[in-house]
Ligand binder design. Structure first.
Ligand code: HEM
Length: 299
């Protein structure tokens, strides 16, 4: 797991860009879930290609540039793992081989990293999703977002248009190739499955189920960088999922998460599915948080 601080520790909750400067070395990550995630990516690309990979005409240069960047970055950043053998990339840790020909460049790129790769290309209404390898969507479908600008992509996110839309568009227009950024989205899910193209489960969380093992913290570490040659923007999403009981062990972390959930406006809370799991989840967090009070209180 990464050492990044949990993204909900600082409050109060607000809808924000939350962008931070990205150290170029820290662009893409390899974590404990690497091998399992790569196996799943290969399987999805074989069995459900149309759902997880797509490219519109005009995205060719950006797709090729993305693959070229990975071929440079991976052996340099992870020399113990990645090495190139002619037209094959070899993962020395597990012997997996990825051919560098025979498939569209972005699909090859999507077999090399845990990150989902979304290419944004300038269009009449700002940046539009022009190509992607998206194996781990968090309740969205690539086919429904392809070709759409940022406002359209984010239409289901409550208040995004009014509160963030213009700022995000300005940011995308001005993004400098030398100043990549990152941000985190977090959610609580009822499953640890990574490929979640459908809507959020509509069933309420069963209060009889243990919260610590029945709910999961899903973190999406996202990066944005402009590709210097094509001018496109590459958006990457590294997804990690772990049982809530493993992710939240400290009382102050439980208190912070409970506070963020309570601070959320009703529409956002529904969007994130808290109306379905809120009560058992909050009761569990409150119990965990109370441990701190007992420790802190004298006697
Ligand atoms: C500065 C850049 C961006 C910001 C600030 C931003 C912000 C957000 C936020 C706050 C959410 C709601 C997630 C949640 O809280 O659960 C969201 C959802 C989402 N974002 Fe972004 N985002 C950015 C860039 C992008 C890009 C480049 C894409 C391209 C694919 C994208 C695709 C999505 C999608 C598909 C969703 C889910 C929407 C749905 O529910 O249908 N975002 N984003």
């Amino acid at each position: 797991m990464s050492d990044d601080p949990l993204p909900f520790l600082d409050g109060p909750w607000r809808l924000s860009m939350g962008l931070r400067r990205l150290e170029p070395d820290d662009w893409l990550r390899v974590d404990d879930a690497h091998d399992a995630q790569m196996r799943l990516r290969d399987r999805l690309l074989a069995e459900r290609r149309a759902e997880v990979a797509a490219a519109l005409p005009g995205s060719e240069a950006g797709c090729a540039e993305t693959l070229a960047l990975l071929l440079e970055f991976l052996p340099e950043r992870f020399p113990e793992r990645w090495t190139r053998d002619g037209q094959v990339m070899v993962d020395r840790r597990n012997g997996r081989r990825v051919a560098l020909d025979g498939e569209p460049p972005l699909v090859i790129a999507g077999r090399l990293v845990q990150e989902d790769l979304c290419l944004m290309r300038k269009g009449p209404d700002g940046y539009e999703l022009s190509a992607a390898v998206l194996c781990f969507p968090s309740h969205w479908r690539l086919a429904e977002k392809l070709g759409r600008p940022m406002a359209g992509i984010h239409a289901p996110v409550p208040a995004f248009g009014e509160r963030l839309g213009p700022t995000v568009d300005r940011f995308m227009a001005g993004l400098d190739a030398d100043r990549p950024v990152w941000r985190v989205n977090w959610s609580i899910t009822e499953t640890d499955e990574l490929f979640l193209p459908g809507d959020r489960a509509q069933r309420a969380f069963d209060p009889a189920e243990p919260v610590g093992s029945g709910l999961f913290l899903r973190l999406e570490r996202q990066t944005l960088r402009r590709l210097p040659q094509s001018g496109d923007i590459l958006f990457t999403i590294h997804t990690s999922v772990r049982p809530l009981g493993d992710a939240i062990v400290r009382p102050d972390h439980a208190a912070a998460l409970a506070a963020r959930i309570r601070e959320m406006p009703e529409r956002m809370s529904r969007y994130k599915g808290f109306h379905l799991m809120g009560m058992p989840l909050l009761a569990w967090l409150d119990r965990l948080a109370a441990a701190q009070v007992r420790v802190a209180a004298p006697g």
